[in-house]
Design a binder for this molecule. Structure first.
Ligand code: NDP
Ligand code: 8X3
Length: 253
């Protein structure tokens, strides 16, 4: 039987790239996100290439909806081998004392509480089966705050601590836990961060070759494919001309 990967936020960017990479690597997929149309598109694309795909449309902030979705999985689909907690977002880039409180709540509810909900729903089965892998998508933003990043950076610092805590708590089992911390990845991330302002989003990637979703999917697949006794605990992946979350060399345009 094929291994099963459950990917949150599989409708775009890093999550969609993980779906393609894990499909190519022989996994069956449970793909989640809110956008049903995009979930259907990617399911169609991957099924044409011979991958078995189930889609579950729900908002990770809605714990009841998440629970119902996971409980709807039957038979072989109940045994998730790899959970990729990827769904997440940044909203706004403002001074902390001028930030939008609704944006803060959305980031905290999605990036921290949504990830915890999925972990709580999927990991007990992994521990019971003494097998599984949780891959959380953190960020370089969780290593150190950058100007105006305040709450987003804090959510990714929380992802690091939550990932470390889980790794300790499952250490008696063969479940592995990984935190992947990407730097600049060109996806829909900045369009969402700037509330749809595409030209502002484009500026984020000007003068530097950013990472792609596929670059991060390669790292996730590498971690999942390591020998059973090897736990890739944490990986920081930066664009080549990026020195840290806030130090970025841009070629003059
Ligand atoms: P995208 O905006 O391209 O993708 C975000 C994904 O998250 C979408 O599939 C979206 O799906 C899903 N999502 C957002 N909110 C929810 C929600 N409430 N419920 C369910 N799904 C949700 O951005 P990225 O691919 O770049 O982002 C993926 C992850 O990578 C995020 O956690 C982000 O913080 C992290 N990251 C991104 C970096 C970057 O530079 N791009 C760098 C470091 C980390 P839908 O809209 O269908 O719900
Ligand atoms: C996304 C990368 O540097 O924009 O987490 O925060 S960054």
């Amino acid at each position: 039987m094929k291994k099963i990967a459950l990917i949150t936020g599989a409708t775009s960017g890093i999550g969609a790239a993980c779906a393609r990479k894990f499909a190519e690597g022989g996994y069956s997929l449970i793909l989640t996100g809110r956008n049903e149309g995009k979930l259907a598109e990617i399911k169609d694309e991957l099924e044409k290439e011979g991958t078995k795909v189930i889609t579950l449309a729900f908002d990770v902030r809605d714990a009841n909806a998440a629970q119902k979705a996971i409980e709807s999985l039957a038979g072989e689909w109940e045994s998730v081998d790899v959970l990729i907690n990827n769904a997440g977002l940044a909203l706004g880039l403002e001074k902390e004392y001028e930030g939008d409180m609704n944006d803060w709540n959305t980031m905290i509810d999605t990036n921290i509480k949504g990830l915890l909900t999925m972990t709580r729903l999927v990991v007990p089965g992994m521990v019971k089966r003494d097998s599984g892998h949780v891959i959380n998508i953190g960020s370089v933003a969780g290593d150190a705050a950058y100007a105006n990043g305040n709450v987003y950076c804090a959510t990714k610092a929380a992802v690091k601590t939550i990932t470390d805590g889980l790794r300790i708590d499952v250490a008696e089992s063969a479940v592995r836990v990984t935190n992947i911390k990407p730097g600049l990845v060109e996806t829909n991330f900045s369009v969402i961060r700037f509330h749809g302002d595409e030209s502002r989003a484009e500026n984020v990637y000007k003068g530097i070759e950013p990472l792609t979703g596929a670059d991060i999917a390669d790292v996730a697949f590498y971690a999942a494919s390591a020998p059973k006794h090897v736990q890739i605990a944490e990986v920081l992946v930066l664009a080549t001309h990026q020195g840290s979350g806030s130090v970025i060399y841009r070629k003059p345009q």
